[in-house]
Design a binder for this molecule. Structure first.
Ligand SMILES: NC(=O)c1ccc[n+]([C@@H]2O[C@H](COP(=O)([O-])OP(=O)(O)OC[C@H]3O[C@@H](n4cnc5c(N)ncnc54)[C@H](O)[C@@H]3O)[C@@H](O)[C@H]2O)c1
Length: 352
């Protein structure tokens, strides 16, 4: 039987709800307190997830002073991540903090310091590392299925027009979409291709014109081993949400996203006589062997994040997404913002 751990949640909005949805289906979970600065969201989640025994708070300092937890999940708006995480760590709790770790690197450093001083665990919820299609793609790259990587691209295209968040928190000059949203795409490429070394970027602002930030950015990057890459983000785009990702290797290409139930693997077909096969110019696909590999759809696999967090706590297994990993993704995001602002290439520092 799973050991029962005691959970608290700070931030009871829509993604706090996703965490509760996952936690209430897991064994060995007791949710003893939930907190939101607007009590109505606490009450809403308490009823919706049948948390009769959970105490509701509208102030996390009070919650952390009165109660102790095995794991506190921080699912507030991005700007409150650092304050809530540092407070929870200082009060002696392990923390799973939503992405992005924070909007600024100084906050990330403060969070890492609090984690180290407390001796507790800190995990950052970069959930794409648990999305089945992306997990499969990474496994295939690591196994050499597409040869040596030479170009990688990912995107975060998500229309924010109708999801400004409680109190319009996404409509904030500090909440650059490349950090708040495209941290997913950047983290994914970092995970697969390593820490980018340098970036150049362009941004524009033509769709969400009443928002105080650029809504579209394209960044190009140099990765280790002479791999080059691109990240595109648009948060005003009039299309379905997607994180289409393409990984090009010397022997093949993987095309994958988070909303399609298969991954496409293209491999070169060997030709005996060295000229284009008949029909190549007609179909454009004669030189490729295409495999459609089924993957399950689990776009926001927070259940797996919680499983990893529990296994780290109970069995000492390594945490894939530590504070330093979360901070490295923020470092790349900040460099992209600076590159777009200055019009110059920016070297990315990972000094934390
Ligand atoms: N991993 C993912 O794929 C994913 C998806 C969506 C959102 N998120 C992240 O989850 C977080 C929450 O997003 P959301 O969509 O649920 O937003 P939301 O607006 O629905 O909910 C945020 C909640 O946090 C509460 N809050 C803000 N500051 C607080 C504070 N100081 N103390 C207590 N409560 C506070 C707000 O009142 C609100 O109820 C964000 O960081 C967002 O980036 C992650």
């Amino acid at each position: 039987m799973a050991k029962t751990l005691n959970y608290g949640l700070i931030g009871c909005g829509s993604f706090g709800g996703s965490h509760l949805e996952a936690l209430t289906k897991m064994e060995g979970v007791k949710i003893t307190a939930i907190c939101d600065k607007h009590m109505k969201w606490c009450n809403d989640k308490k009823v919706r997830y049948g948390l009769e025994d959970a105490v509701c708070f509208d102030n996390y300092e009070e919650m952390l002073a009165k109660m102790k937890f095995d794991i506190v999940t921080v699912a507030t708006s991005d700007k409150a991540h650092a304050g809530a995480t540092v407070a929870a760590l200082k009060a002696g709790n392990n923390v799973l903090c939503e992405k992005p770790m924070a909007l600024f690197l100084d906050e990330c450093k403060e969070m890492i310091k609090a984690q180290e001083e407390s001796g507790k665990l800190l995990m950052v919820g970069q959930v794409c590392r648990f999305t089945p299609g992306f997990v499969k793609a990474k496994e295939m790259v690591d196994a050499g299925v597409i040869g040596e990587l030479y170009y990688v691209e990912s995107e975060y295209a998500h229309d924010y027009a109708l999801i400004p968040g409680v109190d319009n928190w996404r409509v904030d000059k500090d909440r650059e979409p490349i950090i708040g949203g495209a941290c997913h795409a950047i983290d994914l490429l970092r995970w697969i291709a390593g820490n980018p070394i340098e970036t150049m970027a362009y941004s524009n602002h033509k769709v969400l014109t009443d928002w105080p930030v650029n809504d579209t950015t394209v960044a190009i990057m140099k990765f280790p081993n002479d791999v080059i890459g691109k990240v595109f983000t648009s948060v005003g785009c009039k299309r379905d949400y997607t994180m289409r990702t393409v990984l090009y290797g010397t022997k093949g290409t993987i095309i994958v996203d988070n909303t399609t139930p298969y991954l496409t693997l293209c491999l070169e077909k060997s030709t005996k006589d060295g000229h284009f096969a008949d029909g190549y110019f007609g179909t454009g696909s004669e030189r490729e062997i295409r495999h459609l590999i089924k993957v399950s759809l689990n776009n926001h696999n927070v259940a797996q994040e919680h499983k990893v967090m529990r296994e780290a706590l109970l069995d000492g297994k390594p945490l894939m997404m530590t504070g330093r990993e979360g901070a490295a993704t923020v470092a790349v995001c900040r460099a992209v913002v600076e590159a777009a602002k200055t019009g110059s290439a920016v070297k990315i520092e990972y000094d934390f």
